[in-house]
Design a protein around this ligand. Sequence first.
Ligand SMILES: CC(C)(COP(=O)(O)OP(=O)(O)OC[C@H]1O[C@@H](n2cnc3c(N)ncnc32)[C@H](O)[C@@H]1OP(=O)(O)O)[C@@H](O)C(=O)NCCC(=O)NCCS
Length: 119
Amino acid sequence: MLIRYKKSYDKIAMGLLSFMPDEKDLKKLLQTKNLYETEDNWQLFLWKEDDDIVGLIGAVLDGDTVEIRHISVNPSYRDQGIGKSMVKALKQMYEGKKVVPNKYIVNFFHKCAENEDLS
Ligand SMILES: CC(C)(COP(=O)(O)OP(=O)(O)OC[C@H]1O[C@@H](n2cnc3c(N)ncnc32)[C@H](O)[C@@H]1OP(=O)(O)O)[C@@H](O)C(=O)NCCC(=O)NCCS
């Protein structure tokens, strides 16, 4: 289930964000987390599986467009459909808006869409 980020989750969120290829530098990582905490149009969510937080998805809202900037799943929980479920849940949350990926996420995003077409 997708839950909204709050400050008490900041350590786990940092850990998950750090799996993104463009968040390897600690300074950049802290800046990104700060943007999600302070900017109204930067929206961060976590994925809860039973009692564990195992995934993260973050997006930037700009008018009718929602651009996914970050998506990450704890390595122990990968290949179980959690990434795809987070994309689906985000699309449902922003129904009526155009959800798009950034350049790091584009391949995975299209992979999710392919699977949706089959289901
Ligand atoms: C990308 C990521 C979020 C996928 O999460 P996940 O929960 O394992 O994804 P799902 O189980 O829903 O989907 C797995 C499928 O996506 C594919 N996939 C994984 N990463 C992919 C990528 N970067 N591009 C395209 N397809 C990808 C897998 O090969 C798998 O395909 P299959 O169903 O044909 O076997 C996860 O691998 C991750 O956290 N990676 C590190 C963070 C990262 O690099 N994010 C940016 C790239 S999206």
